[in-house]
Write a protein that binds this ligand. Structure first.
Ligand code: FES
Length: 680
């Protein structure tokens, strides 16, 4: 039986006996305990901080005495006086075992720490970035044993960190020699650890111990906007987030018009590639300026995008994506060099693109799948990424199905007479009194409702300018509940509805929400044409979801997640009144914000997640809505508000939908509307 002291680590619970004098860092390594170190135990980096616990630990069967570790030493004292360290903390590489001891490894000292996500139902992100920092001491050159500085650096990485077969790019050779000499043969090296297919690669070298950090970018390249999160690759923190409009908008609002631009203009695709890359670089400059860091410290980037943006970003003509059978140049994940994409971040930086699911369902949907993990859900989960093109995933641990559905830009306020993007002055929330039929609303930029004292003053600078996408959803649903709008989608006349707010507007009726014309402001109305646009958009979304439910063999889902920047603002109740999502308990409908961006962040911070999503995507069944006969049938039914055939029992137990029909023989009935395949 060993008499060596027992060392118990928490929270891992790993334990083992170690000879007196063993540094805690060494014990941790031998047991596979997740304890960080950049300097390799030289007392420089302070990444190895631990908290010893003293006293009786019945749970672990040990008593820890005050002298269980060696005394506080001068290295720790120097570090604490210069940089500060919490009381009770020790450096794991300096404190050595003297007796039985219980050691807590605080989260910030764990390499594979969990990055907290805001939402409780979302899984945590485990840190395992592509690139890590290593401090090494390199042997000086010797006249008798001639070898290159790079070779001796690689030997040091192998001997001190067990990093084998390390490669480097040419630019490393140009900075290597001055760094080694300036650091007196001690350097900190950023190494991309590679994966099963690629060898580790030196990304950067700093003389001596580099006390800073390195960064990565998680980029959601959308057709309308490009959004990026700048992440600290050591802590996992998002240090800055920023977004710009996609400069390709000047070639067409939606993706298909960009595809046609490339078809009709020689060199058009290359022009759009240049535009998006320039926009990307401008965004990166903006985000690093915001964070006050050097762009050259960005060593890794993950991109998610739809298939057309994927191709245009990579410099591939999206021609094939504009016609059946919508073949992608490649659907696999890609690991590329940033310089090959003209990105002006670190010259050796790597870029990872998530795999595309199919010609219609891109890497953005794969990122949503990574973030929301329907494949790990016991409940049947419907994830809808609401955009100009809705990406829809339905699944559980058994299987996952995916499709995309062409909703068009109506949900973004486009093609709606008083529609606008979400910006100050836009109506975002509304209720309509079922008796008076008068609306009250909130606009972006003010918390007050329009019938509250102080509202006029609160909106004095912004005014009331229009209705944003989530506002339009609430507006149409409220009109339906207040009896201003019938199931097929007709707005009633003043006589039918009992309010002068409904007025004849051409051949159909419109509803007056706000008349600001007396003060030179706009008249904000909802026209029957607006209703048609919303009907088509929501019918496209619902029928995509319904089609996946058919394929799954179910009539209801357990949980619904609304994703996308816009999805986060949708009121579940109103979305259900509209019939844009299937019937479900309201507390089972949640929003995930920018799930695609979150998926990109997961893939950036945890390289294991990359292999995982590649595997998941291989197993996702893709459904092509365009060739499914039932899609059209669902679409027609779903044009009704909420639906011509689906009963929506849960919804009807919560709200009353008046049984009205305003069809006087004029105006088109819902469901007869045109529908074009739109993407974007
Ligand atoms: S390992 Fe760097 S200070 Fe302990």
């Amino acid at each position: 039986m060993t008499t060596d002291p027992l060392v118990v680590f928490t929270p891992s619970g790993k334990r083992g006996h170690f000879p007196v004098g063993t540094p805690i860092l060494t014990a941790a390594r031998q047991l596979g305990v997740d304890l960080d170190s950049v300097c390799g135990g030289r007392g420089i980096c302070s990444k190895c901080q631990i908290s010893p616990s003293y006293g009786e630990f019945a749970k672990h069967g040990v008593t820890v005495h005050a002298d269980a570790l060696t005394e506080w030493n001068s290295v720790e004292e120097r570090y604490k006086s210069k940089r500060g360290m919490l009381d009770g903390r020790r450096l794991g590489c300096q404190a050595c075992v003297q007796g039985d001891v219980v050691i807590d490894v605080p989260p910030e000292s764990q390499v594979h720490k969990q990055v907290v996500r805001k939402r409780a139902e979302a899984r945590e992100i485990t840190m395992n970035p592509s690139t890590k920092l290593f401090y090494v001491e390199v042997q000086e050159p010797d006249m008798h044993e001639p070898s290159g500085d790079l070779e001796r650096l690689c030997t040091a990485l192998d001997q001190q960190w067990e990093l084998k077969n390390v490669h480097s790019d040419l630019h490393i050779l140009s900075i290597l020699q001055p760094a080694l000499r300036k650091g007196e043969w001690k350097v900190t090296v950023a190494v991309n650890l590679g994966d099963k297919n690629t060898a580790p690669r030196i990304m950067h070298i700093w003389p001596g111990y580099y006390d800073g950090t390195i960064y990565g970018l998680a980029v959601d390249l959308g057709s309308t906007t490009i959004a990026a999160h700048l992440c600290d690759l050591q802590s996992g923190e998002v240090v800055a987030s920023s977004g710009i409009m996609n400069p390709q908008i000047r070639y067409g609002e939606d993706l298909m018009s960009r595809v046609s631009y490339s078809m009709m203009n020689k060199g058009g695709a290359a022009e759009m590639t240049r535009a998006v890359r320039e926009g990307m670089n401008a965004l990166f400059t903006q985000i690093t300026d915001d964070a006050g860091i050097d762009k050259g410290l960005i060593v890794d980037a993950v991109f998610v995008c739809n298939p057309v943006m994927h191709h245009l970003f990579l410099g591939i003509d999206p021609f094939e994506l504009g016609q059946a059978p919508f073949a992608l140049a490649t659907s696999n994940a890609l690991s590329l060099r940033a310089v090959d994409l003209d990105l002006t971040i670190h010259p050796a930086a790597r870029v990872y693109l998530l795999p595309c699911i199919a010609g219609h369902v891109g890497a953005d949907a794969a990122a949503v799948a990574l973030s929301e993990a329907p494949d790990k859900s016991k409940e049947l989960l419907l994830v809808v990424d609401v955009g100009t093109n809705a990406e829809i995933l339905l699944g559980n641990t058994e299987k996952v199905l995916a499709c995309s559905s062409p909703t068009g830009p109506a949900f973004e306020g486009a093609q709606i007479s008083s529609g606008q993007r979400a910006a100050p002055g836009a109506i975002e929330h509304v209720t309509i009194d079922p008796v008076t039929k008068d609306p009250r609303f909130q606009v972006i930029g003010s918390d007050l409702w329009s019938d509250e004292a102080g509202f006029d003053a609160a909106i004095a600078t912004t005014g009331i300018t229009g209705i944003c996408g989530s506002g339009i959803i609430e507006m149409v649903a409220e009109m339906r509940m207040a009896g201003l709008l019938d199931g097929p989608g007709l707005i009633g006349s003043a006589a039918q509805t009992g309010t002068e707010r409904c007025f004849l507007d051409g051949r159909t009726y419109s509803y007056m929400v706000w008349d600001g014309s007396a003060d030179g402001g706009p008249k904000i109305t909802v026209t029957n044409r607006d209703i048609r646009e919303i009907q088509m958009a929501k019918a496209a979304l619902y029928s995509g979801a319904r089609l996946l439910m058919d394929k799954f063999g179910v009539d209801k889902v357990d949980r619904i997640v609304l994703a996308g920047a816009f999805g986060a603002h949708i009121s579940p109740k109103h979305a259900m009144v509209l019939g844009m999502i299937p019937d479900a308990p309201l507390d089972k409908v949640t929003s995930a914000g920018n799930a695609a961006g979150t998926g990109a962040r997961i893939a950036l911070l945890n390289t294991d997640a990359r292999a995982e999503i590649e595997e998941t995507v291989r197993n996702i069944h893709k459904i092509e809505t365009a060739i499914e006969p039932r899609f059209q049938e669902h679409f027609v039914n779903a044009s009704n508000i909420p639906n011509a055939v689906e009963p929506f029992p849960i919804l009807r137990s919560i709200v009353t939908l008046p049984e009205i029909n305003f069809n006087s023989g004029e105006g088109g009935a819902a469901g007869s509307g045109r529908r074009t395949r739109r993407r974007g």
